[in-house]
Write a protein that binds this ligand. Sequence first.
Ligand SMILES: *Cc1c(COP(=O)(O)O)cnc(C)c1O
Length: 469
Amino acid sequence: MSPPAVPAALHPLVAAFLDDRVAVRAALRRFGSPLHLVFPQVFADNLTALRTVLDGVPGGYRICYAHKVNRSAALAATAAHAGIGIDVASAQELRSALTAGFGSDRIEVTGPKGAALLRAALAAGVTINVDNLWELSTIAEMAETTVPVLLRLSGFAASAPSRFGIDHTEVERAFELLTRHRDRLRLLGVAFHLDTAATQERVAAVGDCLTVLERAYAHGLTPTVLDIGGGLRQVFTADAAAYDAYDQALRVGLLGRGPAVHWGLNSFGYQVTDGTVHGRAVFHKYANTESAPTMLGELLAAPLPGHGGRTVSAVLADNLLQLWLEPGKALVDHAGITVTQVEFVKQVGSGTTLVHLNASRDTVTAADQEVLIDPLVLSEPGESSPTGVYFAGHLCLERDLLTQRQVRVDRLPDPGDPVVFANTGAYHMDLSAAQASMHPLPARVAVRHRAGRFVLYPDTVYRPGDEVR
Ligand SMILES: *Cc1c(COP(=O)(O)O)cnc(C)c1O
């Protein structure tokens, strides 16, 4: 018995690297396992695709790479070299951005900030995307020169409540602070960040922001920027139908109407009651099939309600507004993989097979999110005998399974065989990375394809140059 396969989508460059089995094993010998690999050239391809869409925006634009998706210095340096901006969310990310070569005029600090981060931001002279009124008044108190600020807005009529941003009921007080401290605060514009795939929700937020901008002009302020944040989606699966088939097999198993493909009592957020499966699974955003450039194009071309059918892009230009965006995962989509190795294979209970890897769950995913794209097992060629296995981790914890669902493998792997988790570059490799049981963090290595060869560099040693093709 084996569950349906869920094949990973791969960038051609990453696929070519993985096809070179000698190169993969050499990388593991040189840098150890598990190993995080980043591909700056793939990052550059993603950037080019977004720029192609944005080049049609008449009012102009700025892309700020959201650093928090990956701590890689190579990717940050690639972004700096490509001439875009960066969005940082901690003092460490701010230092990383400065080291990568970003000038202060290309750095924006977002997220929740304490006094220490505010001081660091002011010292560096970067733009501050303000989360709340305490922050705004603290900046005014601390500032010795004029600080460029964006107001992050929140409480949009069409969106779920958010813990971030300034609620529409507090905008008036923000304007009072901005007008009172004109010498210290310069309002560049307003911002939002919605983690949604729904274009209409973003369009509605743009509409709400335009209203706030009009009120700002009425206060004599002169904002010129509308920052629409990140949230553009990734495409993980090479086959959306296969994904749906797996989801179906999972539900059938949860109901007990077919073989279980879930580990223990894990139901991945689904609830089983009265013979049906309810709710939603916590599978990250694996089901998405729309690429980031497509999503962005849709947003820019969407008619903005109340503007006589004019598109978002046209209305921004009409209002002399520059569009800013903060893509994280869209820029890193397919630009990172995690390579682990099989330690051993064992049987537990009746017919359950565990493939033990020398990595832990937090190496490849945040604790609550199941990896729903099959890892690639790079065994030596042999006879095919498909079977379902669980991938187990090296921590002494019952919950340390890299997959709490059965994965179809073509045949059982051997110790030492590489097992590759695809597309881990955005959040997966970093968001819950831990050093439990004193295991060190995996090495991070940048891969460059040049003159038909793959060259590997320790992440911090990589120097960008020819990525944009
Ligand atoms: C995380 C974050 C982003 C990036 O989001 P993605 O979904 O990775 O594009 C952008 N802006 C802000 C404020 C964020 O917190």
